[in-house]
Write a new protein. Structure first.
Length: 333
């Protein structure tokens, strides 16, 4: 159900957030530009507190989100909020509660911009920023078995191991790969077939102590889980299964990501799959491998996490966004 109250906003994502660098929004392809959700007169960027969303009209999901994260001024807030429609666009332009309450909807409302990401600045503003992530425009259907712990902790690990000591900031772009070959949800929603994205990507941009700006990219795939649990159907599977035994290459569109793990990839691969371009000048892309690298993680004990946060709060120039997992396999330059 839509709410009449407009979301809180501070102008959303800022391209000049990293001192000395201009990190603009990704450029969409020609067909994507014709498929934008527009509101007001001809606006296409939905702004919230510290983040923005660009929506796809035909899929009713975000092409991508963009968020500024200030690790030094991050606030440790609890989860507060529930998902709702953004009243600036129509209910037919965003996938809302009807999808997530439908039969066989064994997936979660996955935050694209994590609740914790924009929770920085003055306490009241940080709290509002977290609440402002609970809009369906910032959600995508994600299977419960998708490893979101590693995915959610990428930014914190980069801030701790790669960011400049005096800045401790990063810009993060996240989105689904909206492919024509995505599987169709087995339950029509309001008599409409809904395609469920199989893949998600993330790009993190930050500045290192050498004064240079770096960007790295990551991908996840949930197709394995969606097919296993009968949540989606794929026409090629239906057709081929009647004639011969199916092979992995018949079922999975991207074999290298079929296991559902988190991978670091070349940003050029994200550009190719998502159909977007990151046209940034003087930004180093340190990951050069032609094959993806799986990211592993181990949980940091809760007591250690709390201790790290106490120590960070006592040191004004430290990263307050503490890590909950220790990640390995990252190539940060």
């Amino acid at each position: 159900m839509a709410t009449s109250k407009k979301p809180d906003s501070d102008g959303g994502y800022k391209s000049g957030f990293l001192t000395g660098s201009s990190i603009g929004l990704p450029a969409l392809g020609t067909a994507q530009k014709k498929d934008l959700v527009k509101f007001g007169s001809s606006k296409t960027k939905l702004d919230y507190i510290h983040y923005s969303v660009i929506m796809c009209r035909s899929r009713r999901l975000a092409f991508y989100t963009a968020v500024n994260i200030d690790g030094k001024n991050w606030q440790d807030n609890g989860r507060e909020g529930s998902f709702k429609n953004d009243p600036r666009i129509t209910g037919d332009e965003q996938l809302g509660s009807a999808l997530y309450s439908a039969k066989k909807s064994d997936f979660d409302k996955g935050h694209l911009v994590r609740r914790e990401d924009p929770e920085w600045g003055e306490s009241a503003l940080a709290l509002k920023a977290g609440k402002a992530t609970f809009y369906y425009t910032n959600a995508a259907p994600q299977h419960r078995d998708l490893n979101r712990e590693i995915w959610a902790d990428l930014e914190a690990n980069i801030l701790h191991t790669g960011a400049a000591g005096q800045q401790l900031r990063c810009c993060v772009f996240t989105g689904p790969v909206l492919s024509d070959k995505d599987g169709v949800f087995v339950t029509p929603v309001k008599k409409l077939d809904i395609k469920i994205p199989s893949m998600f990507w993330k790009v993190v941009v930050w500045k290192k102590s050498n004064g240079k700006t770096y960007a790295v990219g990551f991908m996840q795939n949930q197709e394995k889980f969606l097919l296993r649990d009968g949540i989606i159907r794929k026409q090629v599977v239906v057709n081929l299964s009647t004639t011969r035994r199916l092979r992995d290459e018949d079922i999975f569109e991207h074999l290298q990501f079929k296991d559902g793990k988190s991978y670091q990839v070349k940003i050029e691969e994200i550009e190719s799959l998502a159909g977007i371009k990151f046209n940034w000048k003087n930004v180093i892309r340190p990951y050069k491998k032609t094959t993806p690298t799986v990211i592993h993680g181990r949980h940091i004990p809760a007591a250690s996490v709390k201790k790290s946060l106490r120590m960070a709060l006592a040191q004004p120039e430290s990263v307050k966004r503490v890590r909950k997992m220790q990640l390995t396999g990252l190539v940060l330059g």
